[in-house]
Write a protein that binds this ligand. Structure first.
Ligand SMILES: Nc1ncnc2c1ncn2[C@@H]1O[C@H](COP(=O)(O)OP(=O)(O)O)[C@@H](O)[C@H]1O
Ligand SMILES: [Mg+2]
Length: 379
């Protein structure tokens, strides 16, 4: 279905090639996971399949690429839109309509698909990603996971034979990820679709038919997940995480291949592994001792309301002690970033207070605070 033969590409102005002599063949209906460290050429490869390279992003492209037996040289992304669907990480950029159903209808409308058929496709695609009930909502008001599923539905409405997903879940929280993977699974059950998926989480690609690992623009390794299951060392040398359960098995000196954590846990217990007596107690005691230490950062009844009225924090209280390593967890939009932005004064509380070594942060300048609190952002 997708055939690359000796494909090389160098971005204009780059000295090194981003792809070197890549040859691979993805069969109809196959799900292939593309792995590799950041910068290994995964997105570049994906962009050659829908014509973004060389038509929108210029450079020196060599070799042959064909989709369903047709050489795509000379075909622009627009010409390929009904054959190759493309979904990427930055899904916000892919959405622009005022309502969910219109968003899904937009693509087929542009291709001149008849009205009745568009209506059928909109229904089918929204059902597939479980967004039927939100069909009249504005895309801007959806959660991250819902937006990503909407972007998927919009791509599917073009009924492509090939779907390319470039890190589709990396901006999603665990619930959003689960829902998107579920939609992709249902999609595969409903119709034959050839899928090329880039995802940094090897574990999430455990159900792929085949995995291809790129390294500096070359195919460095490929095989079924079962074949790569015990290749944790080779994968890690290529900057790719091995399967978590396989790494665990190797670390415990166990043989075997498990589909999920429950099966692994059963095998580990069967092999006689236990949490050593006293270890859990020791950890609990250390926690209790630390809890008695002095608080370095104290948050008291913190509320934050953004100018548009959104209440992002509603009475949060917590304390961080010296030397502690604290993780803040929560779904997308739960207020994690809003909370930490109060720690160095980027945001000021609407109500409540924050104290650093006993001193209120209210009224202190950002410049002064930044000497005590460092903050590294997501982007
Ligand atoms: N638009 C661009 N212009 C120049 N070089 C680029 C561009 N995009 C990517 N590259 C380079 O091409 C190589 C492959 O990048 P990319 O395909 O984005 O890797 P991956 O998706 O695996 O992280 C890297 O060395 C990267 O710096
Ligand atoms: Mg990439």
């Amino acid at each position: 279905m997708i055939r690359l033969e000796g494909v090389s590409f160098r971005y204009r102005a780059a000295t090194e090639p981003a792809l070197s002599e890549v040859t691979c063949h993805i069969r109809p209906g196959e799900l292939v996971g593309l792995l590799g460290r950041s910068g290994s050429g995964r997105s570049t490869l994906a962009s050659t399949v829908n014509g973004t390279i060389p038509h929108l992003v210029r450079g020196d492209l060599r070799g042959r690429i064909s989709i369903a037996g047709q050489d795509i040289q000379g075909l622009r992304p627009r010409d390929l839109a009904d054959r190759v669907g493309f979904l990427f990480q930055d899904f916000e950029a892919q959405l622009f309509s005022t309502n969910v159903a219109l968003e899904v209808a937009f693509g087929p409308e542009n291709l001149g698909v008849p009205r009745a058929e568009i209506a059928r496709r909109v229904d089918r695609c929204l059902r597939l990603v479980r967004l039927e009930v939100l069909r009249h909502k504005a895309p801007a008001g959806l959660s991250g996971g819902q937006k990503q599923r909407l972007a998927l539905a919009s791509v599917l409405a073009l009924e492509p034979q090939v779907l390319v997903l470039d890190e589709p879940t990396s901006d999603l929280d665990p619930a959003g990820r689960r829902d998107l993977w579920e939609a992709i699974r249902r999609l595969r059950e409903e119709r034959a679709l050839t899928l090329l998926i880039i995802d940094p989480e090897t574990d999430e690609l455990g159900w792929a038919d085949r995995l291809i690992v790129l390294d500096r623009g070359r195919v460095a390794l490929s095989g079924t997940p079962a074949e790569l299951w015990s290749e944790a060392d080779r994968l890690e040398a290529l900057g790719v995480k091995g399967f978590t359960l396989a790494r665990l098995a190797a670390a415990l000196g166990l043989a075997g291949r498990w589909q999920d954590a429950d099966a692994a846990a059963a095998a580990i217990r069967a092999a006689g592994w236990r949490v050593a007596g006293g270890t859990a107690d020791r950890l609990r005691r250390a926690d209790a001792e630390r809890a008695d230490g002095e608080a370095l950062l104290e948050v008291e009844d913190l509320t934050h309301r953004y100018p548009d009225g959104t209440e992002a924090l509603a009475g949060v209280s917590c304390a961080v002690r010296g030397g502690e390593f604290v993780a803040i967890l929560g779904q997308n939009g739960s207020g994690k970033t809003t909370l930490v932005k109060h720690f160095n004064g980027i945001l000021t509380p609407t109500a409540g207070d924050i104290r650093l070594s006993g001193q209120s942060l209210r009224g202190q300048s950002l410049a002064r605070l930044s000497r005590h609190v460092g903050l590294v952002f997501q982007n």
